[in-house]
Design a protein around this ligand. Sequence first.
Ligand code: GAL
Length: 353
Amino acid sequence: MSKFNRKYLYIFCMVLITFLVVGCTGKEVKETSQKKDMKLITDEEKPYIGFLIDTLKEERWYKDKALFEEQVKSLGGEVKTLAANGLDDVQIKQAELLIGEGVDVLVVVPHDATISAKIVEMAHEAGIKVISYDRLIKDADVDYYISFDNEKVGELQASEILKKTSSGNFAYIGGSESDNNAILFRQGAMKVLQPQIDSGKIKLVYDEYTEEWKPDVAKSNMKNALSKNGNKIDAVIAANDGTAGGVIESLASVGLAGKVPVSGQDAELEGVRRIVKGVQTMTVYKSINQLATESAELAVKVAKSEEVKTEKTINNGKSDIPSIFLEPIAITQDNIRDTIIKDGYLTEEEIYK
Ligand code: GAL
């Protein structure tokens, strides 16, 4: 009988014993150790990392997945990635599955900042640590958080737009409210805009989050903003390139594309091309390579039960989470080559062709 079949026979027996024992001694203890002891990978000595991501809808998450997996493997680990397509119950089921497979650590990009607290609870019951990746899980004892300085992202967006126009009617087109990053991006932007608003130079005439970061929702929100203000909109802070694309389509429909400054984020190919064309003012480049590399290193260390000290923490409503924050960079027409192209994130050909 092959090694693999022997393993499944073993699982079957263990589950059977579990059920028998549960009747006698009570659920928690038994289950925890059994899941933790067995890893559903060929070489059980290897660190086994579970990577739970919200969606693959936006371009960057493909890069996060590929780069993170590559890094974990280069560090001698095994990794399994599952995407939840924006569905909370699916993400929780996927966490259950990976916990059942005996992962050593879970790395999570939560769809919903609070609902995902359940994942931390389940993982800790099974003795598995959780790293919050890019987006923070709120109200749970998350073990580590690694991301960019997300308030700074908002500050960069507002500052670049203010360089183009510092007075008039402004619209804020935010991200998804279930994503804690969207809250932080908005906080950072408002920190920069507030003095101008208080002085009366700027009027914030529209301010909405965008359901699920959907570009077409951003497009219809922008249409509302234009119709409510007689097309008198002087600047738009859009939270990422996806929403910026929707906003610019609406501006184009009233002949304002390229005349109204618009921010973005993520250095998506189409976002950077719009900057080259002059219809989008800026985007925020976040080195996904750096995020994935440092997260893989952290995950493998945690999987080996190594203690990792961090300089920073962030309070997620439950406790101060040991955190690592990376630097975001504002991108305009002037520095595309020195940043995105130099890093190999996008190529000269694909941007300028
Ligand atoms: C945020 C992320 C952004 C953007 C957005 C939509 O959490 O930080 O880079 O991609 O999600 O997926």
